[in-house]
Design a protein around this ligand. Structure first.
Ligand SMILES: *Cc1c(COP(=O)(O)O)cnc(C)c1O
Length: 387
């Protein structure tokens, strides 16, 4: 009997989501409307801060773009980003004609290096975009302190960080200017495609709501449900088309209900990996010391120097055994566009370079069975024994 392939990630969609989509489609309102409002409200209350505004969007990329736009980032401005991230973090900076400035990572946490942020600041620096890599919170105290010292905006790329805490405080509720979550298919909850921006700043939120839908000062649902004749609106800026549909929001509402269970499962799987891979020549992911929550979006191992197995070989051997893995990420400074446009050389990013040579993201998803995980662990054990 051949084993079914174990993917690196898999969304968990149940009959609740399917029924919710059916209801949304039968309701007569499929685009942004009551379900989107409900999802925004429930997301906000999940994060648990009274003074938060939440804005649903059709991707985290859209949310990051809206946040930078609302905060006035434009040509000649520089925005600090880590090199070990997905290209979306940096590309939105280019959408606005500004320039990302790439910073190395901390070799232990794989999050952006805080001293590197300080060294990257110039008179053109306007913002910092930390990424909570894999679901481990960045050093928010230090980042917000630097931001205050140099009058910089902070936009958190929290695509991996639902839910995630640092020193007991939930990511999304810190005093940054905006925090952006992703509901892409492999994230901790999914709406197929989607995202959510949260901010404590009313003005930022209002601007993002307007720019989310063509720069209109009233959205379609608002006009449709208004008691007064609903046809009138004004265009106040050349906005975007970044709204989330009610079909997607209906999925999100159901996924959010399941998030506590999803998190518990991810934590249990991560704990098993941490315990059972401990004696192998692998560097295991950094775990917060305290009672803080790691979202465990990713479980990233690193092959230790000296092991006679390359990263690529390991990935190939695991694939041959029916185990899917991935690499998060090819650092941005290695991609032709970023490398050539900003003359980036690997020597500037020693920690990201070293991590890149050895990182592998192991399968981690809520529907993964204990037997699936034991098979992954056994396979890794055998590979390491032979190496
Ligand atoms: C997934 C991801 C994004 C983009 O999210 P989308 O919802 O697909 O736009 C941005 N940044 C990071 C770090 C991600 O992992």
């Amino acid at each position: 009997m051949t084993r079914p392939f174990i993917p690196f990630a898999l969304p968990e969609i149940g009959s609740e989501e399917i029924d919710a989509v059916t209801r949304a489609m039968r309701s007569g309102w499929v685009t942004t409307g009551p379900k989107t409002k409900e999802f925004e409200e429930k997301f906000r209350s999940f994060l648990g801060a009274e003074d938060l505004e939440s804005i649903a969007v059709n991707s985290a990329t859209a949310g990051l773009h809206l946040a930078l736009e609302a905060l006035g980032i434009g040509p000649q401005d520089q925005v600090i980003v880590p090199t070990l991230t997905f290209t979306a973090t940096a590309e939105v900076v280019r959408y606005l004609g500004a320039d990302p400035v790439f910073v190395d990572i901390d070799p232990d946490t794989l999050n952006i290096d805080v001293q590197g942020i300080r060294r990257a600041i110039t008179p053109h620096t306007k913002a910092i975009m930390p990424v909570h890599y894999g679901g481990l919170a960045c050093d928010m105290e230090a980042i917000l302190e630097i931001a205050a010292e140099f009058d910089l905006r902070v936009i958190e790329d929290a695509a991996h960080a639902l839910p995630c805490t640092r020193n007991g405080r939930m990511i999304g509720t810190w005093n940054s200017d905006a925090t952006v979550f992703s509901f892409y298919a492999n994230k901790t909850i999914t709406t197929g495609e989607g995202g959510m921006v949260v901010t404590k700043n009313r003005h930022t939120a209002d601007r993002m709501r307007i720019m989310r839908l063509h720069g209109m000062n009233r959205d379609a649902f608002d006009r449709f449900t208004s008691k007064k004749p609903g046809w009138h609106y004004q265009i106040v800026a050349p906005g975007y088309k970044y709204n989330l549909t009610d079909i997607a929001a209906a999925i999100g509402i159901e996924q959010l209900k399941k998030l506590p269970r999803f998190l518990a499962r991810r934590q249990a799987l991560a704990d098993t990996y941490l315990r059972e891979l401990r004696d192998l020549p692998l560097k295991l992911p950094y775990k917060p010391e305290s009672s803080d929550t790691h979202a465990w979006h990713l479980f990233v191992i690193r092959l230790q120097p000296g092991i006679r197995l390359s990263r690529d070989q390991t990935i190939e051997e695991l694939a041959a055994l029916g185990i899917g893995t991935s690499v998060h990420y090819i650092p941005l400074h290695r991609h032709p566009y970023w490398r050539d446009r900003y003359s980036l050389v690997p020597e500037r990013f020693p920690a990201a370079e070293q991590a890149y040579q050895s990182i592998i993201s192991l399968p981690l998803y809520t529907a993964m069975t204990d037997a699936d995980q034991q098979y992954v662990i056994e396979s890794l054990r055998n590979l390491c024994r032979r190496a």
